[in-house]
Design a protein around this ligand. Structure first.
Ligand code: T5A
Ligand code: NA
Length: 213
């Protein structure tokens, strides 16, 4: 139908979930799978700790600096804005992006601290909307049992329970929820299915849109 678009665009795929739910493991596997099949694909993550803003965020997460809750919220958002034009360029040139955390993390974690949800969403307005949000579903208790939990600022059971509640408030019917307690291989299979479906829709000309729909 979309006769104007001669070349098809890439898909914006976002993985979300509690700390230790397995996003990084799964984005790596998904990247490898798509790449080996000849797709143009990149693996991204937020926070992107490589930028100046990202370094401030990283130091905050490691408890090496203190910041007002609103200030850190805006830094996380700025960290997405500084990558927005590159993101659009990549997608329009046909590259699929697998993104480990995005705006939903931004809102979920700050809302869990008690900030107003509308205030949390405001600086995210105008960022590119994902074509697919996959939520890797794990209980805060199970996540806490996984290796490395407790090293960074937000990796505390009581706080993760609040984050789980925030995600529930943010989720809509378009999100694909995968049980994150399955084996890594089973999750990988389910993830591939929903991602390939989404990529097909994007190739067929599904337009890029902006947050919040
Ligand atoms: N944040 C982030 C905000 O507050 N606002 C924002 O806007 C953004 C973008 C940093 C923190 O910043 C917050 C959220 C975070 O608290 P991060 O650097 O992405 O975010 O840190 P995490 O998301 O917490 O990354 P983790 O590495 O802790 O978790 P992952 O990536 O979800 O999990 P992964 O793949 O590293 O796996 C964790 C462990 O579980 C095992 C792995 O081997 C590993 O040991 N594992 C499994 N075990 C059993 N079964 C499975 N299916 C497993 N899958 C993985
Ligand atoms: Na991670």
């Amino acid at each position: 139908e979309n006769k104007e678009s001669s070349s098809s665009r890439g898909a914006l795929i976002v993985l979300e979930g509690l700390d230790r739910c397995g996003k990084t493991s799964q984005s790596g596997r998904l990247y490898k799978y798509l790449e080996e099949r000849g797709h143009s694909v990149e693996s991204w993550r937020f926070p992107d700790r490589n930028t100046g803003v990202g370094q401030m965020i990283s130091s905050y997460l490691a408890n090496q600096s203190q910041l007002d809750d609103h200030a850190i919220h805006l830094l996380f958002s700025a960290n997405r804005w500084e990558k927005r034009s590159l993101m659009e360029e990549k997608l329009k040139s046909g590259t699929t992006l697998i993104v480990d955390r995005y705006s939903y993390s931004g809102v979920a974690f700050s809302y869990a601290k008690g900030l107003d949800i509308g205030w949390c969403k405001a600086p995210e307005i105008g960022l590119l909307a994902p074509d697919l949000v996959v939520y890797l579903d794990i209980s805060p208790e199970k996540a806490a049992e996984r290796g490395g939990f407790g090293d960074e600022r937000y990796e505390q059971l009581e706080f993760q329970k609040k984050v789980a509640g925030s995600y529930l408030a943010l989720r809509d019917s378009s999100w694909k929820v995968i049980d994150a307690t399955l084996s890594i291989e089973d999750i990988e299979k389910k993830l591939r299915e929903v991602v390939l479906d989404c990529m097909k829709a994007c190739h067929k000309g599904k337009p890029l849109s902006q947050l919040w729909p």
